[in-house]
Write a protein of this length. Structure first.
Length: 412
């Protein structure tokens, strides 16, 4: 049996992955949904941009804090409470965006801050339910590839939601999806039995106190930068070549390449320790984006290169996910995964911002692509094997949960 087949046949693995994807859909739908909501209600792009920005930034802040609460109180309470608050906040965005934009901005802040920490919660569960070695590597690879699916499906669902329910109803639709997916995840027995800290237990140190973990976070930020740059570079390239809709096709091509990379890695997991692969994968990712600096290529060739550029993203992220438990202690694993999620988000935002700042200059595409790749390569040097030593008490890999220990309803 292949490692990927082992993961798929593991009790609750598919259920947890599937419900987490549904619960995370609001994050993938939010940017386009908010922009469309504001514009279709007569608001300007400044308001739409501000609401989207505060949603993203507050989410990057909230994930580590909520995840620290998860490590202390367990997953179920935190996930359900945060899902309810985030969904109600999305409702405020939907209802007040036109008539009371200040209230809608507050709603966007709260919706982002209280976005349920499903990503870090799921990654804290993989070592609990999947056998170590190749199956665990395949699980993290599958997780990385699933992220690409979310950000392909999210915008499509937004378009369908606006067509079916209108701009206001679409935001409520996204909130409902997030609430249903999160509650379904949190009620699974594996999630419910993930232990909280015992009463009277001294708080665990934050993972950011570990130098190796800080290097990993900085590296993950660097991984996100070229992804953010791509959002701007595809738009500029399409405009320069007079190709309508090129940006959408190019981003889809890049996502297809990422899916191919995730599939290849899930089928044939890398055998070396993740700490030894981080820098190599990061440098490969940076090199893969370099050909996109060739702004005079025919659009069809550039699309093919966008596919190639996406290939190394999931393998790189998979090494990050697998390294997190090795540079974090067992009582702060969810928080550690959340810092990685936030670092990736901030890196994407920084790449988008940087690309936007240079988009109007001559040779904008080469400049932004080269700068993004250079930063990724430079930060990859932080995670050379000699610099990534485990903590004294790494997060333990628990024995996989047996199928017989789970009720039938939780093995969906």
């Amino acid at each position: 049996m292949t490692p990927l087949a082992t993961v798929v046949r593991t009790p609750s693995a598919v259920y947890l992955l599937g419900t987490s994807l549904v619960g995370r859909l609001p994050s993938a739908m939010a940017a386009l949904a908010i922009v469309q909501l504001v514009r279709l209600q007569g608001g300007d792009y400044a308001l739409a941009g501000a609401m989207t920005a505060v949603y993203i930034v507050s989410g990057a802040v909230g994930q580590p804090l909520l995840s620290r609460w998860v490590d202390r109180a367990g997953q179920t309470l935190v996930l359900v409470v945060s899902a309810v608050v985030s969904s109600l906040s999305f409702a405020a965005v939907a209802l007040f965006a036109g008539d009371a934009p200040a209230l809608a901005l507050v709603g966007a802040v709260l919706a982002g801050f209280f976005a349920p920490p499903l990503e870090p919660s799921l990654r804290a569960l993989w070592p609990r339910i999947v056998a170590p070695g190749a199956p665990l590597k395949a699980a993290f690879s599958l997780d990385a590839g699933a992220q690409e699916v979310i950000f392909i499906v999210g915008p499509l669902l937004t378009v369908l939601g606006i067509s079916a329910f209108g701009a206001t109803g679409n935001v409520l639709f996204a909130a409902a999806l997030g609430l249903v997916g999160t509650v379904a995840f949190a009620l699974n027995r594996v999630s419910r039995t993930t232990g909280a800290s015992a009463p009277g237990t001294a708080p665990r140190r934050s993972p950011v106190t570990n130098a190796g973990f800080r290097r990993l976070v900085a590296f993950t930020f660097g991984v996100g930068v070229p992804v953010g740059v791509l959002t701007i570079s595809v738009t500029v390239f399409g405009e320069n070549h007079g190709v309508d809709g090129f940006a959408g096709w190019a981003l889809a091509a890049n996502a297809f390449g990422a899916l191919a990379g995730a599939t290849a890695l899930a089928l044939r997991p890398l055998r070396r320790e993740p700490q030894r692969l981080l820098a190599l994968c990061g440098l490969s990712l940076a090199v893969g984006y370099l050909p996109l600096a060739l702004a005079d290529l025919p659009p069809a060739v550039w699309l093919a290169l966008a596919v190639v550029a996406g290939f190394m993203l999931p393998p790189t992220l998979a090494q990050v996910f697998e390294t997190v438990p090795r540079v974090s202690d067992s009582g702060a694993l969810t928080e550690a995964n959340a810092w990685v999620v936030s670092a990736m988000s901030v890196g994407v935002a920084a790449g988008t911002l940087g690309g936007g700042l240079v988009a109007g200059i001559d040779a904008a595409v080469p400049v932004m692509v080269l700068c993004g790749s250079a930063l990724t390569a430079a930060l990859a040097l932080l995670v050379l094997p000699s610099r990534m030593r485990p903590v004294a008490e790494p997060a333990a890999v628990a024995e996989p949960v047996e199928a017989t220990s789970l009720p039938e309803s939780s093995q969906a």
